[in-house]
Design a protein around this ligand. Structure first.
Ligand code: ATR
Length: 288
């Protein structure tokens, strides 16, 4: 594209940001939508975070994504915050408004859109959620908001699982999330469940590991959504498939969190056809 006097700028703030796939998502969306917009990574040091947000606003930057490790730290620099994002306590998208940026959590919305596109339902479901870190937060709040019957929140460190479960249960005023230690998986009810894998175990380059490896556990998983997208098929996904279940990786979550941010910045709706084209480009990039 030709950069000219009308070109708008968006970007992602993080540290590190060098391996981000977001420029692929947004620059190809801008091209396909015919928008005069460029998206770049901004490597920001912690002590400059607040100044970076202020400076971005001053420079008329249309919108920003925020990634690790600033998804919570950024909150104090916002003009407004979306209600779901506030509840989750993490922001990954800044949308320009009068006097500053409004913060959203499109990870959470993206996970939901990705699950819907795979035909995964949360309402009335019994769910095993593995992990209690940053990625698991969005999943835990999503399951509760979408009416999961019961979420067994398994984590290596039980204290983190307990804290997250308490936060979500309080936010929705019902005992939906039950914290457990991962090693206690044998105590799960003997029935088919959806699994959401949100630990970092199995992530490239340490691909020969899964958070649980016991085949007995996998017999009760009818479907799994692994938030990891590199490798394309994690060991966890492989174990689910070997036991007869269906398994999906997290690349569509990444795609849709980007698409939702793009839609918020540009006040457009991205078609499923365009989403599919961008998804193909992302798959190529991830394989490199
Ligand atoms: P992210 O932002 O990707 O969620 P994180 O906040 O550091 O990263 O969380 C990582 C998650 O993976 C946590 O649930 C972590 O468990 P702990 O809370 O016990 O640390 C989990 N995890 C990481 N390495 C693990 C391992 N080797 N075995 C089991 N769980 C692990």
């Amino acid at each position: 594209m030709e950069i000219n006097g009308h070109t708008r700028l968006c970007g992602v703030i993080g540290n590190p940001v060098e391996h981000t796939l977001s420029p692929t998502i947004h620059n190809s969306l801008a091209k396909k939508q015919g928008h005069d917009l460029v998206y770049v990574p901004f490597h920001v040091e912690k002590e400059y975070l607040a100044e970076a947000i202020k400076g971005a606003y001053g420079l008329n930057i249309l919108g920003m994504n925020v990634t690790v490790p600033y998804k919570s730290d950024v909150i104090s620099s916002l003009r407004a915050i979306d209600a779901s994002a506030e509840r989750i306590g993490a922001i990954n998208t800044l949308v320009r408004m009068e006097g500053g940026y409004k913060g959203y959590n499109t990870d959470f919305l993206g996970l939901y859109r990705a699950m819907c596109s795979e035909g995964i339902k949360l309402e009335g479901e019994k769910i095993v959620l593995l992990g209690a870190g940053g990625a698991a937060r969005a999943a835990a709040f999503l399951c509760a908001e979408k009416g999961a019957e019961r979420v067994y929140l398994l984590n290596r460190s039980i204290d983190k699982a307990q804290k997250l479960a308490e936060e979500v249960n309080n936010a929705f005023d019902r005992q939906c999330i039950q914290p457990m230690e991962t090693t206690d998986y044998e105590k799960l009810p003997d029935q088919k469940m959806l699994a959401v894998q949100s630990t970092s175990v199995g992530l490239h380059p340490d691909t020969e590991k899964a958070v649980i490896e016991d085949k007995e556990f996998f017999k009760n998983i009818h479907t799994a959504y692994d938030l990891i997208y590199k490798p394309e098929e994690t060991k966890f996904m492989r174990l689910v498939k070997e036991a007869g279940g269906e398994a999906y990786n997290g690349l569509k979550m990444l795609l849709y969190q980007g698409i939702i941010a793009y839609e918020l910045w540009n006040q457009v709706e991205v078609s499923e056809e365009t989403a599919k084209e961008v998804y193909e480009l992302m798959k190529e990039r991830v394989r490199i």
